[in-house]
Design a protein around this ligand. Structure first.
Ligand SMILES: Cc1cc2nc3c(=O)[nH]c(=O)nc-3n(C[C@H](O)[C@H](O)[C@H](O)COP(=O)(O)OP(=O)(O)OC[C@H]3O[C@@H](n4cnc5c(N)ncnc54)[C@H](O)[C@@H]3O)c2cc1C
Length: 355
């Protein structure tokens, strides 16, 4: 049996899995195949649209906590590599009076499982963002995704992983024949993100669905992450991430089962309104910014959610198939945890698919 592996998907999950596997075992011969690669912009490709920061949504889910904790340490390490596009940044989280009242003014509602890990503390009154009544800050990281995706590609190419663009697959099984050697792959790893909703042969009773997000890239600058909960509109919030290449990503919304790529202009206006209200330094010439928000573009992306959470497992019917999709709104922060689980499944592969 050969060491050949095909990975479907060149999003953050597929590329990180490829890199992790190859770093662990140089003898693996890996082909990443995908209909979209870094540099492409498509509603069928989520990774280019993320903010992105590390702010785990694991709640009480210990499995997801473990996944995100691995990512926290790895991204903190990557922040020391200038070409990675990762930055250590303070992550400020505040809540409006409405959000505070909705949470029955209970500070416990704003406590997180990672408070100790990320050195979280409650903000003093004079540190609160304007228009908010309570807040915390932790030692976070921001990932500038255009730089980071290209960094992942470079890393993959440098260690001999082959990347190939393909036409969209119809059935996941078809990918096994697409290893660059021409041989049938010993293992196939499915990192197709939301693309699984259009793929046959998945053997998954749970549904994968889109949660639409809309973000605005402005040239105005801030120097750390600011998030504000408690907006009047349901499923909307404010978050602002500085980008390493300049400018700020401002979001956002969380629209469950909405699959449209169309910008909702009223949401854009509300995003910009909240930004000015809570982050006035964005339009303060004294901070080197213009006196208005200079919009570069509006991005719409679909987060790949799955009922009951991510699927990272060996297929129950086909031992040569490993699934790793359903990262939802946390695919960056979870990427190294996903990859580590994939690597464990590869190590545990049965003799007939032995690597
Ligand atoms: C607005 C927004 C903000 C976000 N912010 C954050 C954040 O701050 N932090 C964070 O951690 N995460 C964030 N996310 C979530 C994160 O972006 C996703 O979880 C992550 O990008 C999912 O990556 P993926 O590799 O699973 O999927 P994708 O990036 O969609 O990649 C899927 C790959 O599979 C390929 N593919 C799919 N189907 C087929 C097929 N049939 N044939 C061939 N190839 C196929 C595609 O071409 C692509 O290469 C955000 C998302 C959005 C939309």
């Amino acid at each position: 049996m050969s060491n050949s592996i095909v990975i479907v998907g060149a999003g953050v999950i597929g590329l990180t899995s490829a890199l992790t596997l190859k770093k662990e075992n140089k003898d693996l011969d890996i082909t990443v195949i995908a209909s979209h690669l870094p540099g492409d912009i498509s509603i069928n490709y989520t990774s280019p649209f993320a903010g992105a920061n590390w702010q785990s949504f694991a709640g009480d889910d210990v499995e997801v906590q473990k996944i995100d904790e691995i990512g926290y340490h790895e991204f903190i390490r990557l922040a020391d590599i200038p070409t990675s596009g990762v930055w250590k940044k303070k992550n400020v989280n505040c809540v409006t009076q409405k959000g505070w009242d909705d949470a029955q003014r209970d500070p416990k509602a704003f406590a997180n499982w990672f408070d100790k890990l990320a050195n979280s503390r409650v903000l003093e009154k004079n540190e609160l963002v304007p228009g908010t009544v309570y807040g915390t800050v932790f030692d976070g990281v921001v990932i500038s995704v255009p730089i980071y995706l290209s960094y992942l590609v470079q890393q993959c190419l440098e260690i001999g992983i082959v990347l190939q663009r393909i036409a969209p697959l119809k059935n996941i099984e078809d990918a096994r024949a697409l290893h660059h050697s021409g041989k049938k792959a010993s293992l196939l790893i499915n990192c197709a993100g939301l693309g699984v909703s259009r793929l046959n042969g998945l053997n998954d009773k749970k549904r994968t669905y889109a949660v639409k997000g809309q973000v605005v890239l402005v040239s105005n600058k801030i120097d750390h992450v600011i998030c504000v909960e408690g907006a009047k509109h349901p499923n909307e919030m404010l978050y602002a991430f500085p980008r390493k290449e300049g400018g700020t990503i401002i979001g956002g919304c969380f629209l469950v089962d909405q699959w449209s790529s169309k910008e909702d202009k009223t949401i854009t206006q509300r995003i910009l309104g909240r930004a000015v209200r809570h982050i006035p330094q964005l339009i303060d010439p004294a901070t080197g910014n213009p006196d208005h928000l200079d919009v570069v573009k509006v991005n719409v992306g679909l987060r790949p959610f799955r009922e009951d959470g991510p699927r990272i497992e060996r297929d129950s019917k086909r031992p040569w198939l490993i699934h790793a999709y359903g990262a939802g709104g946390g695919g960056y922060q979870g990427s190294y945890g996903f990859a580590e689980k994939v690597a464990r499944l590869v190590r545990e592969s049965k003799p007939e698919a032995k690597l």
